[in-house]
Every structure is written in structure tokens, then in C-alpha cells.
Design a protein around this ligand. Sequence first.
Ligand code: UDX
Length: 437
Amino acid sequence: MAMIALKAPNIEVRVVDMNAARIAAWNSDTLPIYEPGLDDVVRQTRGKNLHFSTDVSSAIKVADIIFVAVNTPTKTYGVGAGRAADLRFIESVARTIAEHANGPKIIVEKSTIPVKTAETIKDILAANARGHKFEVLSNPEFLAEGTAVADLISPDRVLIGGERTPGGAAAVKTLVEVYAHWVPRDRIITTNLWSSELSKLVANAFLAQRISSINSISALCEATGADVDEVANAIGKDSRIGPKFLKASVGFGGSCFQKDILNLVYLCEHFGLPEVATYWEGVVKMNDWQKHRFAGRIVRSLFNSVADKKIAVLGFAFKKDTNDTRESAAISVCRDLLAEQARVAVYDPKVPADEIRADVLGKDADPGRLTVARTAYEAAAGAHALAIVTEWDEFKQLDYAKIFTGMQQPAFIFDGRNILDLAKLREIGFRASGIGR
Ligand code: UDX
């Protein structure tokens, strides 16, 4: 929304949320999320044509277009638990819109949702419409965290799905014009509603599949002595395969990949396609296996026991340049090491200590053997092993010779992101290994 405000100064954007603390943060100097470049965009537009408030009902009344961007977590209860999306927030927003609308509205689904959710929204709106006309569009977001501003300024494509009716077509045209303020027309794709909803799930499933594919090969490389980065480079030069998303790692994280694939799996099961469901579920299973495999390798290397040994975990966010920890591989790695009774010291440049403790142990749990360090050096002091779990740039610049002398011997380093030069580390004296090398 901040980008729309920046690129389309004639459009008035109101961002509303029931959560007063979050809105206060958006109105303050410390935004509630860390995202490079976002502060600047908000600073340029806030108070002009970008406004944050808790007044949901007036915002609905004055709006022509309403973007719905609520959370759609994986259901934790009842039918489809662990797989299906929990749509209670979507439903509640639809009811709120119907209650306060005083004229025709275009409702845009921005949240990632299972195919045919637009139907739910339409049903609820229709049953409560009081004579007003609603058009529902799907407009999934493809930005990645850490690069959100650049992705929004020049997206590979903008996808807009709508009903193939005159009303639907007119609504699609209105939304196309919003993006056309800065996105070239040939990058704005329009489809039917279901194609758009499904495309988002499929895009994420394909991206995650590439990571699970290369991660599966990383295990084979470790067994045979091939180097997975060399293999990825060699196959990525084939223009039909391409070089992106082939970085072997401790496993993908983030709020989208796992959730969206599980959603796709649920959809396939629902529509009686168990073979398709199993095929895609394999991507998530491979990812879980890779996370456990990494922790298992640490334990095996440290002479099959890490009990009471100190292990430094560098990085906790699910990738660099974000403070988001949702589904981060670090959570699984820390839990596995703690289950083996290791003492785990975590350092992350952006994630607060209480977040790290809550993610690994649950809220208000006794930290036990888990500590959070203020620097990488503090985490590594006296440790038996160092594990790189997030690819933060600062981890490439550390003084590893200094770290080595402060560690228990023999000192181990496990590069879960393949960002370090293992040969150099071995020269220093480290027993160094990476993923698939
Ligand atoms: C993803 C999609 O890229 C984006 O289009 C969609 O809108 C939301 O989901 P995001 O979750 O922000 O974005 O991050 P992304 O850069 O895709 O990375 C996801 C995870 O995969 C991270 O943990 C990352 O470290 C990991 N990854 C990525 C790899 O392990 N190897 C790779 O080659 C690429």
C-alpha cells in the first residue's frame, strides 16, 4: 500500500487494522517490521496520501477499492488441521465490509488463500449486501521479504484475476489502472479468478520444489564427495533450468512456502487427487528432513554427543535482511540440539532475544540451556561448534581466526548456508563442512 501511495500520488490510501499497537507503530519512527528501504517509502507518503488508523468502518465507507490483507495461517484444529488454511479472518473481514459498505465496492484479495475462497467472500457479501454491488478480485503478492521494495518497484508480473462478466471486467480494469501508474502494461496479467488464486500457490510450490530438489542432491553430494554448489552452478547454466533458487541450504523457511504447499496438498486431497497431493507433500517432507539432517550431522561430528557442549547458532531469521522468524530452519535446529542436551547460544543481528526464546521453547518457558548472545563473538566464546543458519552478510566478515582461538578444541564449523570459504577455515584449524560439500 505504501508503494501504491508513492507511485500513484492521486490515490488516497488508508491502511486500517483493529490492532491499535500495530497502527501506532506504523505511525511512529520505528515501523513494526524491518524491511530495507521501506522506512523511506513510508516517510515520503505518510500524512500525505498514506494514512494508518484503527477506524475500520469509515475507511470502508470512503473506499472504492478494499484490499484484504489479513493472516491466513494453517488451521491448527478440526477438519484439515495442519494443512488447510484457517479462513476465519477472511470471513470476519467480509462481514465487516458488508456491514459498513454504503455503496459499490471492489474487494481485492491480497492474502494468499486456497482456490475458490473468492466464492466464500462473495457469498457472505451477497447475503449481507443490502442492495450494494460488490466485485471480488484476486491479486496475489509475489514480493519476497528482504527485497520487498525492489520487488514492488519492478515486479516480474502483477497478476489480477476477476470474473468473466461485464462487472468483473470493469473491476479488473480499475485495478489494472492502479498498477499501471508504474508497472509496464505487458507485465500486468489478467486471468479468471481461480487461475489467479491457484497461480500463487503453484508459484510458491515450484520455488520451494527447486530448493528441496537441490537439498536432496546435497545429501548425495556429502555421501559421494561431489560439491553441491558446483553441481548447482553446472545445471543452472542450462537456460531451461536457470540459476535461481538452486542454493542448497539448511532448509527453506518463511511464512509462505510450507503453508502454501500444505494448502495445495489439501486442495488436491479435497478434489480426490491423492497422487498429486503426495507428490507435492514430498517437497515439505524433504525440507523437514534436511533441517533434522543438519542437526544430526552436528551431533555425529561431535563424536555422537553434544550433551553439555556449547553450540553457537549464528542467525535465526528465516533468511537475511529480515527479522521474520516464521518457519525458520533455526527453530528446528535449536530444538534438535536442545533435545540432545546441548547448550545452545543463538545470535541474530535483527531478531530480539524474547522472540528467539518464544519461538524455540514457547512463551514464558524456562530458557534452560538456551541463551541469546549480543554478538557472534559472544555466542562463539567457549563453544565446541559454530553453526551458520542464516546467510547474514556480517557472518562473512567475522574474524574467524579470533573466534577459533576462543573455542573448545577441536573446533567445528557447520555452514548451513554455504557462504564461507571452507578451505580458508580449514587453514585456520577449523573442522569445517557445509551443506553438500
Ligand atoms: C516467498 C516467494 O519468493 C515470494 O514470491 C512469495 O510472495 C512469498 O514467499 P519469502 O518467503 O519472503 O518469499 O522468501 P524467499 O526469498 O522466497 O525465501 C524462502 C526461503 O527459501 C528462505 O528460507 C530462503 O533462505 C530459502 N532459500 C531460497 C533457499 O534455501 N535456497 C534458495 O536458493 C532460495
